[in-house]
Design a protein around this ligand. Structure first.
Ligand code: LYS
Length: 442
C-alpha cells in the first residue's frame, strides 16, 4: 500500500488507548515518555497500558452482562498482575496447562472461576485442577472423558465439564489458527455422531457433571458468520441431547478468536456488537429448537490484551539494499514475536523517540537472530532519516508475543512493563544470563 502522508501520526486503531505523541515528538503511554521507559527498563521491552487493559476487560464484561461469562484466555498473556486485574474487573480465566493454572492459583484467582482446556492434559495436570476445584474442565477426547471421570471419582469429587466439539466450519483465518474444521487435533467431531457419543458417555460417568458444549472456531476472526454456523450446530446438538436423554444442558461456550487491528487495514468489532450478535444468534436458534437459552460464555484473549501493549525496540543497524528495500535491525526479533514468521502476521511500526519530517522509506524490520526469516514487520514505512539509537515500537503485541517468546540464540526474553497514570512498573522482569545458566546443569 501507499506510504501514509504523515508518519508521525499514530493510528488509534492499532495503539493502546493512552498512547500519544508529545509536543517534543516523543511518544508517551500512560503519561510516560518511551525514552524514559527505555532508559529505565532497557530494550526490547513489552510496554503494557494497564488502564487500557482494564478498560477492555470491563468492556467485555459489561457487554456480555450478568447472563454470560467472559473467560480471558490466559494463553494470550498471563502473569500474576494480569490475573489480579481480571479478578478486579470481574472476568474469569481460561488456562490450558499446569503452568498457566499455577500462575492463576498463585495470584489468588478463585478456582471456580477457572476453566481448564487442552487436547492432552496430563494426569498430573488434571489431578491438580480437580483438587483445586476449577469451575470446569473442557474435555477434548474420548480418552480424556474417562480419564477426568476416573480422577474426579478417585478424589471423591464430581467435576463440572464441557465437551469441546468441532462443528465443521472453515474459519477465514490462517490455517494454523483455524480450529473448527474436522481434520485437526482439537475437539470431537460433530460429524458421524461422535460428539453425541461423547455426550452419552459423559452423562453416564459418576465423576462428571456435564454442564455444556464448547466450540472454538479459530483465531483472529472478523466475520461473525462462522459463529452463526457454529451456534446453529451446537444448539442442534443440545436439541438432540434433550431428545435422547431428556436433559437440557445449561451452558454453551462459543470460544474466542475475535480479531484485533494489527494494521490500519483491520476493522475489528467492538465487544458490545459481538455480544449482541452472539446473543441474538443463540436466542434465535434456541427458540427454533424450543430450548431454554443456555448461559453463554466466551473466551477472548487477544481481543482483551492484544491492543494494550507495544514492543519497544532500539534500532541497531539500518541497511539500504539498492532497488529492494531497507533492512532495519532491532535488538529483539523472532524470539519476542514469532507471529510474523509463524503465521505471516502483519504488524505496523513507528518511530517513537522523536518526530521526523523525512521522506517515508520502505523497510523490513528484522531481528538479531541467525535466521533470515527472523522478520518482525515485513513491509512498513519509516522515516528515511532513521538511524541507530532511534527507538521504534511495534503496536498490538500484547497477545501471543511474550507468551510465545523463546530463548533462541540464548537471547534473553524481554520484560513486561505496565504503565498507568504516570508510573511504570515491571510485572514480568527481563530474563538474565543467570536465569539461562541456572537451567544449564551439565
Ligand atoms: N497463538 C496464535 C496467534 O498468535 C493463536 C492461537 C490461539 C489459541 N487459542 O494468533
Amino acid at each position: 500500500s501507499a506510504p501514509p502522508t504523515d508518519l508521525n501520526v499514530l493510528d488509534h486503531k492499532v495503539w493502546a488507548q493512552t498512547v500519544g505523541r508529545g509536543e517534543d515528538g516523543v511518544v508517551t503511554v500512560g503519561g510516560v515518555p518511551v525514552t524514559r521507559l527505555a532508559e529505565e527498563f532497557g530494550t526490547p521491552a513489552y510496554i503494557m497500558d494497564e488502564a487500557d487493559f482494564r478498560a477492555r476487560a470491563r468492556a467485555w464484561r459489561t457487554a456480555f452482562g450478568a447472563d454470560a461469562d467472559v473467560f480471558y484466555a490466559g494463553k494470550a498473556f498471563l502473569s500474576r498482575a494480569v490475573v489480579r486485574w481480571l479478578e478486579e474487573e470481574g472476568l474469569n480465566l481460561d488456562v490450558c496447562s499446569g503452568g498457566e493454572l499455577a500462575t492463576a492459583l498463585s495470584a489468588g484467582m478463585a478456582p471456580e472461576r477457572i476453566a481448564f482446556h487442552g487436547n492432552n492434559k496430563s494426569v498430573a495436570e488434571i489431578t491438580r485442577a480437580v483438587e483445586a476445584g476449577v469451575g470446569r474442565i473442557v474435555l477434548d477426547s474420548f480418552q480424556e472423558i474417562v480419564r477426568v471421570a476416573h480422577i474426579a471419582q478417585s478424589l471423591g469429587k464430581r467435576q463440572k465439564v464441557q465437551i469441546r466439539i468441532t462443528v465443521g466450519v472453515e474459519a477465514h483465518t490462517h490455517e494454523f489458527i483455524a480450529t473448527a474444521h474436522e481434520d485437526q487435533k482439537f475437539g470431537i467431531p460433530l460429524a458421524g455422531g461422535q460428539a453425541a457419543e461423547a455426550v452419552r458417555r459423559a452423562l453416564h460417568l459418576d465423576g462428571l457433571e456435564l454442564i455444556g458444549i464448547h466450540s472454538h472456531i479459530g483465531s483472529q476472526i472478523f466475520d461473525m458468520s462462522g459463529f452463526e454456523v457454529a451456534a446453529h450446530r451446537v444448539v442442534g446438538l443440545l436439541k438432540d441431547i434433550r431428545d435422547e436423554h431428556g436433559v437440557e444442558l445449561p451452558e454453551i461456550d462459543l470460544g474466542g478468536g475475535l480479531g484485533i487491528a494489527y494494521t490500519s487495514d483491520d476493522d475489528p468489532r467492538e465487544p458490545h456488537e459481538i455480544a449482541k450478535a452472539l446473543g441474538e444468534i443463540v436466542g434465535r436458534e434456541c427458540e427454533a429448537a424450543r430450548l431454554r437459552t443456555p448461559r453463554i460464555s466466551v473466551e477472548p484473549g487477544r481481543a482483551v490484551v492484544g491492543p494494550t501493549a507495544f514492543t519497544l525496540y532500539e534500532v541497531g543497524t539500518v541497511k539500504p539494499l539498492e532497488g529492494l528495500r531497507t533492512y532495519v535491525s532491532v535488538d529483539g526479533g523472532m524470539s519476542d514475536n514469532i507471529r510474523t514468521a509463524l503465521y505471516d502476521a502483519e504488524y505496523s511500526v513507528a518511530l517513537v523517540s522523536r518526530a521526523s519530517d523525512a521522506e517515508p522509506m520502505l523497510v523490513r524490520v528484522v531481528g538479531k537472530h541467525c535466521e533470515s526469516g527472523d522478520i518482525v514487520v515485513k513491509d512498513a514505512f519509516l522515516p528515511a532519516d532513521l538511524a541507530p539509537g532511534d527507538l521504534i515500537a511495534v503496536p498490538a503485541t500484547g497477545a501471543y508475543c511474550r507468551s510465545m517468546a523463546s530463548n533462541y540464540n540464548h537471547v534473553l526474553r524481554p520484560p513486561v512493563v505496565a504503565v498507568k497514570d504516570g508510573e511504570a512498573r515491571v510485572i514480568v522482569r527481563r530474563e538474565t544470563e543467570e536465569d539461562l545458566l541456572r537451567l544449564d546443569v551439565g
